[in-house]
Ligand binder design. Structure first.
Ligand SMILES: *Cc1c(COP(=O)(O)O)cnc(C)c1O
Length: 390
């Protein structure tokens, strides 16, 4: 079956008692067993029956199974945020004395997780320039537990050569973990690019119009013991499993993901093209432009679309604040890939807690506004941006 069909028609793991067409929300903590033997088998993982909703829940399993069918992964674990997907994955791979080789361009919380939180447990952060493969080679050693990066960095919009990075990591026996949040996994096959574990903030495209916070750990089965340690140790002991209502909302989001993404990515290219004509905007950065330095590598790795995130640069910080304050339709908000168009000044918000020097090292500029383009008519989005620049 094609992905559009799988997203909608993949069968439930168990037929619903009433034949419900939408997977019901199993709002229950625990499950009753017919006898003590079955109960023991369930608790020890010899049979696949739910026992407790911190570990498994039918509504969440159904969501996980759909993502598994769409990606061809061996296992998918749904958790309660993108950060939970990232932290649980890294907790699964790292240990005291190990290092994580990663990019100097990272989502703010991910950078803080690796360089601060995990550092307290004796894990070293090695942030390098992923466009310089020699730096990556030099950073990897026998204590490297993974190579971690984002497929398109936010907000710099840098695209590294995923195949080349994976080849380097694998030649040292090092697993590759990629955050693929910014392009839906239905658009490309990250495992073919060499990714072993894919992490996704399902809060973004998948939740379906920004309904819920969630995360996915997509395991392609190429890292020894990952599934066992993840399911039987990390997931149980850290307690970040997705809740059933969220899984229900995100399953609905998955069903119409392609329809939304098709429109959203088309809107973004159209809007970016029009914004280039405005004098008040110093530059428009969008990987979908054919003259963008990362366009070619992005198309070859992630397909013809370039997502619904772009940035514009204005004269200075004051101009950015004035612009944000004058917006009427576009919302001043964080988040990405809502149905509504959103604008934010990353330097003073997401990266506000970092020092000016740290921001400079991460190429976070005071002049940049990040836009997440929604499903509204492009004419209206463009008019609002135009009037806010006057
Ligand atoms: C939003 C985001 C995250 C974190 O996800 P949450 O669901 O907010 O925890 C991680 N990586 C990227 C690229 C993101 O955009």
């Amino acid at each position: 079956m094609k992905k559009n069909t799988i997203a909608i028609q993949s069968p439930f793991p168990h037929r619903d008692a009433y034949g419900a067409i939408a997977m019901p929300v199993y709002h229950t903590d625990a499950y009753e067993f017919d006898n003590a033997t079955v109960m023991a088998d369930a608790f020890c993982g010899r049979i696949n029956e739910p026992d407790y909703s911190r570990i498994t829940n039918p509504t969440v399993i159904n969501f996980e199974e759909r993502v598994k069918m769409l990606t061809g992964a061996r296992d998918v674990v749904a958790v309660n945020s993108g950060m939970a997907a990232i932290s649980n994955t890294l907790m699964c791979l790292a240990a005291a004395g190990k290092n994580i080789v990663t990019s100097r361009h990272l989502f703010g919380n991910t950078y803080a997780l690796i360089s601060k939180t995990l550092a307290r447990f004796g894990v070293e952060c090695r942030a390098v320039d992923l466009l310089d493969l020699e730096q990556v080679k030099a950073a990897i050693d026998e204590n490297t537990c993974c190579l971690y990066f984002e497929i398109m960095t936010n907000p710099q919009l840098e695209v590294a050569d995923t195949r080349a990075l994976s080849t380097i990591a694998h030649s040292h026996g090092v697993p590759v973990v990629a955050d693929t949040t910014v392009i839906p996994f239905t658009e490309f096959n990250s495992h073919e690019l060499g990714v072993d574990i894919e992490v996704v903030s399902s809060t973004k495209y998948i939740s379906g119009g920004a309904t819920t916070v969630g995360g996915l750990i997509i395991d392609y089965g190429t890292v020894e013991n990952f599934k066992d340690v993840m399911r039987r140790d990390i997931l149980m002991n850290l307690g970040a499993y997705m809740t059933p209502h969220v899984a229900y909302m995100q399953t609905l989001g998955l069903e119409n993901l392609n329809a939304r993404y098709t429109l959203q990515s088309r809107n973004t290219l159209e809007l970016a093209t029009r914004l280039r004509t405005l004098k008040a905007i110093k530059s428009v950065n969008y990987v979908g432009f054919e003259d963008n330095p990362f366009h070619e590598i992005s198309v070859s790795q992630y397909g013809k679309t370039a997502g619904a995130m772009m940035t514009i640069d204005l004269e200075n910080e004051q101009a950015c604040f004035d612009f944000l304050n004058k917006l009427k339709l576009v919302k001043r908000a964080t988040n990405l890939f809502d149905n509504k168009t959103l604008a934010i000044h990353p330097a003073s918000t997401i990266f506000g807690p970092f020092t000016a020097q740290q921001r400079a090292e991460m190429d976070i500029l005071d002049t940049t506004i990040r836009l997440s383009v929604g499903l509204e008519d492009v004419d209206d989005i463009f008019e609002d941006i135009k009037q806010a620049l006057e």
